[in-house]
Design a protein around this ligand. Structure first.
Ligand SMILES: Nc1ncnc2c1ncn2[C@@H]1O[C@H](COP(=O)(O)OP(=O)(O)O)[C@@H](O)[C@H]1O
Ligand SMILES: [Mg+2]
Length: 647
């Protein structure tokens, strides 16, 4: 279910648009007229005076006039069967069912109404472009006066309606617990057939020439579009401050910083992928802690909304799949890759980049259609995806490497993620400033950019293609392999989006700013990868390092803890010994060969480590050494030296 919450407009305009505002009745008397004429009976049920009313089409609003002057009430322009709406703050107000009986003289007479639920109105009927998935747009106000819109699937009316009730209760509708009233609620919704129609879609993002972001629709020549999703969640969006403020406090200070400008450009590029007919995929800012990785994510988030836009990798594959679907055609921001279960790393990256969920079972066991989405994701992590996969005993594959591009987060200028820091600021102060600014000013950039993209999709597409191809030409000088080309394509699309946004005044950057930043990042990515690709040697080193990083504490017993070294270490992989430069690891042969080097040549890895001074060879230069371990055994082990971390 998608729910839109709207703040009440201080000017007192309807929070939910009626079909034609000019028809909004000016007074309660006026409200009653159309219905009375249509039915010949007054649908009014007197209620206590209140300052809140529903208009003819049922729009709730505050009424400025003195409450005591008039009876404010009712409210369905077209009564729904025997149901009436009485709006007000009285707990007995809401949807009422009127039963009729006969008085002593045999005349039909109204019995006391049955209270069904707090005021709730069916605002429009929704269906997909295949004329199925019928639903209803329900509008109501919660006890705090917040407007809600929920798109419910009509299939919720099948059965007892329990799922519908729990959904509405969760959003703040009060519902009678009387079993008869519960049934009446379903009937009331079923009988409500407003003229107004909306097209429902499964997720936000592009639908033809319209883009849905949160509750807002950009462009679109056809019917109004609404999202009918099956969870209460939606991608976080929101707006605070003006575009000019965001530019001066966020985007302009980032202009000369390759990682930050890339982050902003990536945020803008996400909705462009569909126009460019490009695959999804991600970029992971990989580097040590406290160098500003999360700050870069916060800057990217500010293009769309508040800080909560940043999601975490710490989720199951299923929930990440649902989150990805919510971010279709938008940037998905994921912090701390290290929190992802290493066993899920490979398949999760595959799922995200391929834009297809694994398909889950519904509560009743039937298959739910697979989620499909197209996301660009920006992530941060102290270790990269390849290392995660390797640490879990999997084999890093080239395909994975392209799905998630590992970009060194450190710009190598001595300032962490920053290339330059404004005069008078330390890098940490600059990071803190940017975080505050991104928390103060957000959302205006994506609004501006989507307005431009959707206003003339064809022109935008042509411009983006031209810009992308120009950057791609620059990046792919000389012959490169197919994987590098695919990566270059992603970088080029990001640059193109940044440039196009800049040309249209969204970023405040001069021409070339986005391309320069992205080009720099592309070359840093390429350097880190090694020009001939991730060779088995570097994969091997990374696998060993990642294993020790993940399991160094949990699976290695301390060398010097007297008799206590074994206790508490389950599934022991060896011992670790503190030395001046760090730790030495004594790894059993089985673990080194079968776990750490799973899928790669352990002899080659050991030789590479010896060559780099990260493995102490045996007396005859062999890869293992005979060592006496603290448990008294004398066995052959791999002895890893602290130099490993410098390789
Ligand atoms: N480039 C930097 N150099 C030094 N300190 C930094 C830098 N970037 C951020 N910090 C400090 O580290 C803290 C955490 O920043 P954050 O962006 O979360 O880093 P990360 O995600 O890389 O761990 C910040 O509050 C700031 O004080
Ligand atoms: Mg962080």
């Amino acid at each position: 279910m998608l729910e839109a919450q709207k703040e009440r407009d201080p000017a007192g305009r309807p929070g939910l648009g009626s079909e034609d505002p000019s028809q909004s009745p000016a007074s309660p008397e006026h409200i009653a007229c159309p219905a009375s004429e249509a039915t010949g009976e007054a649908p009014l049920i007197p209620s206590k005076p209140t300052t809140r009313r529903w208009d003819g089409e049922g729009v709730m609003d505050f009424d400025g006039t003195a409450a005591s002057d008039k009876q404010v009430e009712v409210l369905l322009a077209t009564p729904v069967g025997e149901y009436r709406l009485r709006a007000g703050s009285d707990p007995s107000d809401g949807v009422l069912w009127i039963a009729y009986g006969e008085d002593d003289s045999g005349h039909r007479t109204e019995l006391p109404p049955l209270w069904i639920c707090s005021p709730l109105r069916v605002a429009s009927m929704t269906r997909s472009d295949r004329s199925d998935s019928w639903g209803r747009e329900l509008a109501f106000i919660d006890a705090d006066g917040i407007d809600h819109v929920v798109i419910m699937s009509m299939s919720l009316l099948a059965g007892t309606g329990e799922e519908l009730r729990s959904l509405l209760l969760d959003r703040g509708v009060r519902i009678s617990s009387d079993p008869a009233a519960k049934r009446r609620l379903l009937e009331y919704i079923a009988l409500s057939t407003p003229r107004s129609r909306s097209r429902c879609v499964a997720q936000a993002g592009w639908h033809g020439d319209a883009f849905l972001l949160g509750e807002r629709q950009f462009g679109g020549s056809g019917e109004r579009i609404v999202v009918q999703a099956d969870s209460a969640e939606a991608a976080v969006v929101g707006r605070s401050g003006t575009l000019a403020e965001w530019q001066s406090r966020v985007s302009l200070p980032c202009a000369l910083n390759s990682r930050l400008a890339l982050s902003i450009a990536a945020a803008l590029a996400a909705p462009c992928l569909a126009l460019l007919r490009m695959e999804g995929g991600g970029i992971n800012l990989q580097g040590a802690s406290s160098i500003g990785k999360t700050t870069a994510l916060a800057v990217a988030a500010s293009v769309y909304g508040p800080r909560e836009r940043i999601k975490t990798w710490r989720q199951t594959g299923n929930s990440l799949e649902a989150v990805a679907a919510l971010h279709s055609d938008q940037l998905l921001i994921l912090d701390e890759m290290g929190e992802l279960d290493p066993r899920d790393a490979g398949s999760t990256a595959y799922m995200l980049a391929n834009g297809q969920g694994r398909g889950r079972a519904r509560r009743d066991g039937s298959a739910r259609p697979r989620a499909r989405f197209r996301v660009l994701f920006l992530s941060s992590g102290e270790i990269g995806l390849q290392s995660m996969v390797a640490a879990a005993g999997g084999v890093g594959r080239a395909g994975q490497e392209i799905r998630v591009l590992e970009l060194p987060a450190d710009a190598d200028a001595g300032f962490g993620v920053f290339d330059v820091v404004p005069p008078g600021f330390t890098p940490a102060e600059f990071a803190d400033q940017l975080r505050i600014a991104s928390g103060d000013c957000f959302g205006s950039a994506i609004d501006a950019f989507l307005s431009i993209l959707s206003a003339d999709q064809a022109t935008a597409t042509r411009s983006l293609e031209a810009l992308r191809d120009a950057v791609l030409n620059e990046l792919c000088v000389g012959s490169m392999d197919g994987q590098v080309n695919r990566a270059a394509m992603r970088f080029a699309a990001i640059a193109a989006a940044g440039e196009y946004a800049s040309q249209n005044g969204v970023t405040g950057w001069t021409t070339g700013t986005a391309s320069r930043a992205v080009t720099r990042c592309f070359h840093d990515w390429l350097d880190a990868r090694g020009t001939c690709g991730a060779s088995e040697e570097s994969v091997g080193i990374r696998q060993v390092a990642a294993f020790l990083e993940l399991h160094g504490e949990s699976r290695f017993a301390f060398w010097d803890t007297g008799g206590d070294y074994i206790r508490g270490v389950s599934n022991r992989a060896g011992f670790r010994k503190k030395v001046d430069e760090g730790y030495e690891f004594f790894i059993t042969r089985d673990v080194f060969r079968n776990e750490i080097c799973k899928g790669i040549d352990h002899v080659l890895v050991a030789k590479v480590l010896i060559a780099g001074g990260a493995l102490m060879p045996g007396s005859a230069g062999e890869t293992t050494r005979m060592e006496r371990l603290p448990d008294g055994r004398k066995v052959r082990v791999y002895r890893i030296l602290p130099k490993l971390w410098g390789l």
